[in-house]
Design a binder for this molecule. Structure first.
Ligand code: FAD
Ligand code: 2HG
Ligand code: ZN
Length: 487
């Protein structure tokens, strides 16, 4: 045992320190199977104080620390590099619901609590926590915060940042910032909370959070709707928003090619429509009560859509079981893509008014660059967020496609740049997009980010190689290392 490992064992107990290759393996590979890293050890502290102790030890030994929650990152954010220097800090033993306040409508939780457990705790207290995404059975609140997760209800409730009131964070040197406030109004300076949300483990280790709760939604109406194209889907979105206001909770788009792929690869999933459409949207309205009125409102809106030539066909769920079957179609897309081959994945956002033009221009450009490439496009249309996945041509050698992928990514992201969009709407930069940052961010933005990083993590130990590419920091004294590692 080396000194670092021995000290960590002393602070956390040997049972919470994994050093054998077999024990470490699940923490060293990402969900998509794209990245494989190495680590000196995986540590599993059980409290904020233990996280702080571990951070002090790692800082003393100059050991990089990679925070990990449920390890469902879609950008390789929680996978260490291959140097084997890093310690992976798993938060999953910090898994208590700390407090629920049904008057203030807040829930305080440990960072390692799985999202589904928070949803369930809220429900048991007669409240609702709205963050919802396909990985909710395994992703953690800390990971959701560090990634500023989005999901399928952003349209109505916002991203994780908008759902958060307070944070508890352990800094790189082991100091603890107790920002666990439940205040909705607090104008006492810079918004430190918002800095840590979305920082992907590069500024501090989130150990706890106070989140907002909402009134429960007892009425739901769900429809699976065939449309001609993204233009029609967007016109339908505008009509539904006009007619249903805040009741619109989800508006999920997928192309016919995406649906065909699901039917081919996902077991037990059936198309809710009579025929394969050119494109489809999954629509959900929700309300506090009166399911009948809500269902009538949805049907009337869809009939309006048929009359306006926007809706080709629609299936409205008659009960909860049917609604869940509709959602299964949508939720099986990520796994379907993994089964279908190594996709070039993009998670882009843009002004909603630019989406149809983006899809047309990008499809033409990628097809011209890679014959037979298969765009599999879906996403959270109401948020201006598309998951623009590109699969190799049928039968194409994976290595040949991998060689084309960076050029295809350049095309997709250039089209996004032209529309003042973002190359990461919700999955983060991680290691997947880190090399793109100098191309997509203004020098002044990178300079400010590097300065903040240097203030909070002067030794560059927190999740190195993620989010920020290597480069000079205006606050750091010039050293050789500045050009060789991500600080
Ligand atoms: P991890 O993957 O463990 O970590 C994610 C990042 O956060 C890493 O950079 C890590 O270092 C850092 N981190 C983790 N915990 C902490 C902590 N306590 N303190 C500081 N840093 C930390 N994302 C969406 O936004 N919307 C979706 O709809 C969506 N759907 C998904 C569906 C599937 C099937 C999968 C596999 C992923 C999906 N994701 C989605 C991606 C992912 O961002 C979310 O699943 C989730 O937010 C990650 O949580 P996690 O606990 O797994 O974090
Ligand atoms: C979703 O919306 C997730 O389902 C995952 O953000 C998207 O796999 C993807 O590309
Ligand atoms: Zn998504």
């Amino acid at each position: 045992m080396d000194d670092l490992v021995a000290e960590l064992a002393g602070a956390l107990g040997e049972a919470n320190l994994l050093v054998s290759a077999e024990e470490k393996a699940p923490f060293l590979c990402d969900w998509l199977g794209k990245y494989r890293g190495a680590a000196r050890a995986v540590i599993r502290p059980g409290s904020t104080a233990e996280v702080a102790a571990a951070m002090r030890i790692c800082a003393r030994h100059n050991a990089p620390v990679v925070a990990q929650g449920g390890n469902t990152s879609m950008s390789g954010g929680a996978t260490p590099d291959s140097s084997g220097r890093a310690v992976v800090l798993s938060l999953t033993r910090l898994n208590s619901i700390r407090n629920i306040d049904t008057v203030g409508n807040t829930i305080a939780v440990d960072a390692g609590v799985v999202l589904a457990k928070v949803q369930q705790a809220a429900e048991e207290a007669g409240r609702f926590f709205p963050l919802s995404l396909g990985a909710e059975g395994s992703c953690t609140i800390g990971g959701n915060l560090a990634a500023n997760a989005g999901g399928v209800a952003v349209l109505r409730y916002g991203t994780m940042r908008e759902l958060t009131l307070g944070l508890e964070v352990v800094l790189a040197d082991g100091r603890i910032w107790d920002g666990l406030t439940s205040l909705r109004k607090d104008n006492t300076g810079y918004a430190l909370r918002d800095l840590f949300v979305g920082s992907e483990g590069t500024l501090g280790i989130i150990t706890g959070a106070v989140l907002k709760l909402f009134a429960p939604l007892r009425a739901r109406a769900t429809a699976f709707v065939a449309v001609q194209d993204i233009d029609a889907a967007l016109a339908l979105l505008a009509a539904i928003r006009n007619r249903c206001g805040d009741r619109l909770t989800a508006f999920e788009f997928m192309t016919g090619d995406c649906l065909a792929l699901i039917l081919r690869h996902a077991e037990g999933v059936r198309l809710p429509l009579a025929a394969m459409p050119p494109a489809a949207v999954l629509i959900e309205l929700s309300d506090q009560d009166d399911e009948t009125a809500l269902g009538e409102r949805l049907e009337a809106t869809l009939i309006g859509g048929v009359d306006a030539g926007l809706v080709i066909d629609a299936a409205v769920a008659q009960d909860g079981m049917q609604a869940r079957a509709f959602w299964r179609v949508r939720e099986s897309i990520s796994e379907t893509l993994v089964r279908a081959g190594k996709a070039a994945k993009h998670d882009v956002s843009m002004p909603i008014s630019a989406m149809a033009e983006f899809v047309a221009a990008t499809e033409a450009a990628v097809r011209a660059a890679a014959s037979g490439v298969r765009p599999i496009v879906f996403g959270h249309l109401g948020d201006g967020n598309l998951h623009y996945n590109l699969l190799p041509a049928e039968g194409q050698d994976p290595a040949a496609f991998a060689a084309l992928a960076p050029g295809l990514t350049r095309i997709v992201h250039d089209e996004i740049g032209r529309r003042r969009g973002s190359i990461s709407a919700e999955h983060g930069i991680g290691q997947l997009r880190v090399d793109e940052m100098p191309l997509r961010k203004a020098p002044i933005e990178l300079e400010l980010m590097r300065s903040l990083k240097h203030l909070l993590d002067p030794a560059g130990l927190l999740n190195p190689g993620k989010l920020l590419p290597a480069g000079p920091c205006p606050l750091a004294p010039e050293t050789e290392d500045d050009h060789g590692s991500a600080r």
